[in-house]
Design a protein around this ligand. Structure first.
Ligand code: NDP
Length: 301
């Protein structure tokens, strides 16, 4: 079926590739100044296959950008103090600029307590309480990768976000809350919506910018969108497989065909926000490395 699309497709894959190339281009100057490459350590606890795939692709992207990648694996039976001891070791390791603890952790572990042991200056996932506080206070710090990627795509499309009406649907620690803070920091007027929000369609209809981070397949409908709005779809949902198919289709939280007919621009799923996450992880590692080495932030990131 051919879908008539009025909206511009925001090509996150191409944008992320450009960002990764610029990061790789900035690494040699860091190496020349410090005598070492920026280093990212990824910690995987247990053997969840999806997490192992993510960790593998993060490692490959790190090396492709000219950075050092350190992968640490602990068994699914690892105790809290073992995880925290490894993180403390990485905090003290001068060759490590960024630490990423792959989530979710096995159920017997306290995720929040483990994350909180990461040195905030190496917290490239932006998930420690100190990073969240810095973001809220507008102090330079590490910002969660997915919402930062969304902000870059929005600024690329719209330029200055000042005075724009933005709605973020979803208030998770990983995406919704930091997204709201970033938009506020960019001087947008921000509405935060969640599962208890009343008359969500009417609120979405007022917005120039819609960020959907809900985890519900195709929930945001065409009739909810103000003509000309820019729509960022963070959701990744797999539909049940069609008859005879092994896997269902991946869709976002936005009904793409309906919304694309009304919006000015929209991110597709896949190929929109997804590729930005790893690119922003590399960006955070580069920035963390500069700050730790006492260098000015690299320009243009
Ligand atoms: P969470 O499940 O942590 O949060 C979902 C949020 O959506 C909650 O705040 C919840 O509200 C809200 N919500 C649920 N139902 C409704 C509803 N009917 N109306 C309005 N709000 C609702 O999810 P995440 O933020 O971690 O992820 C959201 C989506 O983004 C998922 O599909 C996930 O796979 C995807 N994702 C994609 C990434 C990428 O790289 N592209 C990275 C991270 C996530 P309440 O707080 O009231 O429960």
């Amino acid at each position: 079926m051919v879908v008539e699309t009025a909206a511009q497709v925001i090509d996150g894959k191409a944008f992320a590739a450009g960002l990764r190339a610029r990061i790789a281009g900035a690494v040699p100057a860091f190496v020349a100044a410090t005598g070492r490459a920026p280093g990212l350590a990824v910690v995987l606890v247990g053997d969840d296959p999806a997490s192992a795939v993510y960790v593998g692709s993060k490692g490959k992207a790190t090396v492709a950008a000219g950075m050092a990648s350190f992968e640490h694996r602990l068994p699914a039976t690892a105790k809290q103090d073992e995880v925290e001891a490894l993180l403390a070791e990485l905090n003290a390791d001068e060759t490590v600029d960024g630490i990423l603890l792959q989530l979710p952790l096995p159920g017997h572990l306290d995720e929040q307590a483990a994350v909180a042991t990461i040195d905030p200056d190496k917290d490239v996932d932006g998930l420690t309480p100190v990073s969240a506080g810095r973001l809220a206070l507008g102090i330079a710090g590490m910002v969660p990768c997915t919402p930062y990627g969304c902000l870059l795509l929005l600024q690329d499309r719209l330029g200055d976000l000042s005075g724009k009406d933005a709605i973020v649907v979803g208030r998770s620690i990983l995406v919704g809350k930091p997204m709201g803070q970033l938009l506020l920091g960019a001087n947008a007027t921000v509405t935060m919506a969640h599962s208890r929000t009343k008359d969500l369609p009417a609120l979405v209809r007022r917005a120039d910018i819609v960020v959907a981070a809900v985890g519900r397949a195709e929930m945001v409908k065409g009739g909810w969108i103000k003509p000309g709005a820019v729509v960022i779809d963070v959701g990744i949902n797999r539909l049940p497989p069609a008859e005879g198919a092994a896997k269902g289709r991946l869709v976002g939280d936005v009904d793409y065909a309906e919304v694309a007919a009304v919006a000015d621009a929209i991110t597709p799923v896949p190929g929109g926000v997804g590729p930005m996450t790893i690119a922003c992880l590399l960006r955070n590692t580069l920035v963390a490395a500069h700050r730790r080495a006492g260098l000015a932030d690299p320009e243009g990131f």
